[in-house]
Ligand binder design. Structure first.
Ligand SMILES: NC(=O)c1ccc[n+]([C@@H]2O[C@H](COP(=O)([O-])OP(=O)(O)OC[C@H]3O[C@@H](n4cnc5c(N)ncnc54)[C@H](O)[C@@H]3O)[C@@H](O)[C@H]2O)c1
Ligand SMILES: O=C(O)CC[C@@H](O)C(=O)O
Length: 630
């Protein structure tokens, strides 16, 4: 059935993210020595007008007086505004084009720049109501058409009266003048549009607060492109995720909450109730107890490599996909390992600390080159293998041990047992993953097997080394030194103090879990992880997921996508297809992948089907989670 609602949309800060006259000011005042002051005045006047504390006509006169703009600058303004259309209108361009006859732009802005922008979204010229500039012969803006009702107070209301619209009329805007349309009885509903700006005086009068245009389409059951409004997807980002990650998720239209530290189990258990996407680093433990409350959670992004802090099995059982950044910080860790090997072999740490308290200890005793020394790498994964290449390039002899078969890079030599590796190498560097079984991999006995004077580096996970045993080995002089970046207990944030038995030991470098903390690495991670999550939410792709069967799906064209996550038990796919057949639904494409615990079935179907079919699919026995994409 064709939709019959009419939408009146405001332009400045609603259809576009910005106030056009502010941008015009940036252009026309570019060479004005008082530009900053004047731009601020324009903004202040705009706000006063929007809040209703000065009349609209006053605000217009005052701003044009400051702007002193010209026709050629309007052309530049149009180019700038094209880049600033609000994301949710951009996302729903097709819908606007298809429903153009029911969309009206009523704005106190100017047709001169509004028409070129909105016409690209199919909006009809005759449905655009706005002011008009008056130019002099040289093309300078000298006034506005004072006869146009929109240049006067209550102009929007007057305009709508003249247009005489019929049917249900919904007003979407961020300003007081938009609310006034509803207040004067000319519209059924007023949606305060808060995607770009939220004005308390306006929001408090709204029938509905709309953080995006998707939201308005969704509540009016007009959503044809997105099955669920992104603004209803709540993201919680913990532990100082790089601002790029925050920005990308906000730009996608999600509601993003940012907390700089990790949360305790109890705090997270409470917070998680309303969260759909959780972003963490290494210090937030996502336990079974936390997950008990995570009923809206679709995905977790570990903005790091390690995922041992997350109960992956429980996530799988609840249909929560987990993604990490397996490569983004590996180079940073390797560079730090190289630096620490040199530092410890030259005892630079102690020398530097001594100098700071006035000790001049010029001696070669206990200081060695790294050239020709034996480096033993435990765990020859992404980090271990890169370290192997760099260390060899610096003249070290590299040996490694891994529990699985790994190709030796360069001249590195694979060793058959960990004990053999630790007892023959001068430096042992740990790069194993954080699985539980690796707890105390370097225990007292194994540390005891290390060569006298050898060095132990741990940049992997805190539980891998038995800390009291390491302390004793250094104090007794059995080991020549150590560098430790990761600890069994780490402070949740930079305000909490650090406690460890390793504090104050000789030739021991202690760092606050910063192996991957370079700006390059954090930026890479902040781009990679949101990218994976958004792909999963938007297309169902699970490629690179840590706990889900990996599927790389084709783009969705002219179909709806059913995403069905179920316990891996016999017959679920058959039941899905039985339901589809019983509702006479045509399958366009179907993809299935399972792992030991779950099955992941993606079915693309023709767009027309009965809503009951979806209900039937949701109730198939064994279903963990079901969602629809279109
Ligand atoms: N300090 C930091 O800031 C920092 C930064 C990034 C990664 N990390 C940690 O570094 C470690 C390595 O990361 P990666 O990306 O190279 O991981 P990876 O998964 O690519 O490699 C780990 C390797 O260790 C091997 N392994 C596991 N247990 C082993 C054992 N008992 N003995 C021998 N080999 C074993 C695995 O088979 C695998 O090849 C992880 O624990 C990760 O969490 C720390
Ligand atoms: O940045 C972090 O918190 C974790 C870094 C590192 O341990 C990782 O797993 O990538």
């Amino acid at each position: 059935m064709p939709q019959t609602k009419k939408f009146i949309i405001d332009f400045d800060s609603t259809f576009t993210q910005v106030e056009a006259l502010d941008i015009l000011g940036e252009i026309s005042l570019i060479n004005d020595p008082e530009k900053v002051k004047k731009l601020q005045s324009i903004k202040d006047i705009t706000d006063k007008g929007m809040e209703g504390s000065i009349t609209f006509r006053e605000s217009l006169e005052l701003r044009l007086e400051i702007l002193k703009a010209s026709k050629t600058q309007i052309t530049d303004l149009i180019a700038a505004l094209r880049q600033k259309v609000s994301k949710s209108f951009e996302r729903n361009k097709e819908w606007l084009q298809e429903n153009a006859k029911d969309i009206y732009i009523i704005s106190n802005g100017f047709k001169d720049f509004i028409l070129p922008i909105v016409s690209e979204y199919g909006i009809l010229k005759e449905n655009v109501f706005a002011n008009e500039f008056v130019y002099d012969e040289a093309g300078n803006i000298v006034d506005f058409n004072r006869e146009n009702p929109l240049s006067k107070n209550n102009g929007k209301t007057e305009t709508i009266k003249n247009v005489n619209l019929e049917g249900d009329i919904y007003v979407i805007g961020d300003g007081y003048t938009d609310y006034e349309i509803k207040a004067s009885g000319l519209a059924n509903k007023f949606y305060a549009f808060t995607e770009n700006v939220s004005r308390p005086k306006v929001v408090s009068r709204a029938d509905h607060i709309a953080p995006s245009f998707d939201e308005i389409l969704y509540i009016n059951k007009l959503n044809t492109k997105f099955s669920y409004p992104k603004s209803r997807i709540k993201v919680l980002l913990l532990e100082n995720v790089h601002p790029i990650g925050i920005h990308l998720l906000q730009e996608e239209g999600y509601e993003v909450e940012v907390i700089s530290s990790a949360l305790s189990e109890e705090e997270l258990r409470e917070k998680i109730k309303t969260v759909s996407i959780l972003g963490i680093r290494s210090k937030t433990n996502v336990t079974k107890k936390v997950l008990e409350n995570a009923n809206r959670l679709l995905a977790i992004g570990a903005f790091c490599i390690g995922t041992n802090q997350i109960d992956l099995e429980e996530c799988e059982r609840k249909g929560i996909a987990v993604f990490n950044a397996p490569f983004s910080n590996t180079r940073s860790v390797v560079e730090m390992a190289i630096a620490e090997i040199i530092f410890l072999m030259r005892r630079l740490q102690d020398k530097s600390v001594g100098m700071h308290v006035g000790i001049w200890d010029k001696s070669a005793s206990g200081s060695f080159e790294i050239r020709g020394k034996k480096l033993g790498i435990v765990g020859y994964g992404n980090i271990g293998a890169q370290l192997s290449v760099l260390a060899e390039n610096m003249g070290m002899n590299v040996f490694y041990y891994d529990v699985i078969e790994k190709l030796a890079l360069g001249n590195a030599t694979k060793v058959d047992s960990l004990d053999e590796l630790v007892s023959t190498c001068d430096i042992i560097s740990l790069h194993v993953d954080g699985r539980k079984e690796n707890r105390h991999l370097m225990d007292r006995e194994r540390i005891g097997k290390m060569k006298p004077g050898a060095i132990l580096i741990n940049l992997s996970r805190g539980h891998v080394v038995e800390i009291p045993a390491l302390r004793d080995a250094i104090l007794s002089g059995h080991l020549g030194g150590s560098a430790v970046d990761v600890f069994p207990e780490e402070p949740k944030n930079n305000k909490e103090s650090f406690e460890s038995e390793l504090k104050g030991l000789p030739n021991t470098i202690l760092t606050p879990h910063i192996g991957g903390s370079t700006l390059e690495a954090q930026e890479n991670i902040a781009r990679f992880v949101p990218g994976k999550i958004m792909e999963y939410i938007n297309t169902g792709n699970t490629y690179n997921s840590v706990n889900f069967p990996n599927i790389q799906l084709p783009f969705l064209h002219d179909a709806h996508r059913l995403i069905h996550i179920h316990h891996n038990e016999p017959g679920v796919l058959a039941k899905i297809n039985q339901v589809l057949a019983s509702f006479n639904i045509n399958i366009v494409g179907q993809y299935l992948k399972t792992n030991e615990k779950i099955g992941y079935v993606i079915t693309d179907i023709d767009k027309v089907y009965k809503a009951e079919a979806i209900e039937a699919l949701k109730t198939i026995p064994g279903t963990i989670r079901f969602r629809t994409l279109y």
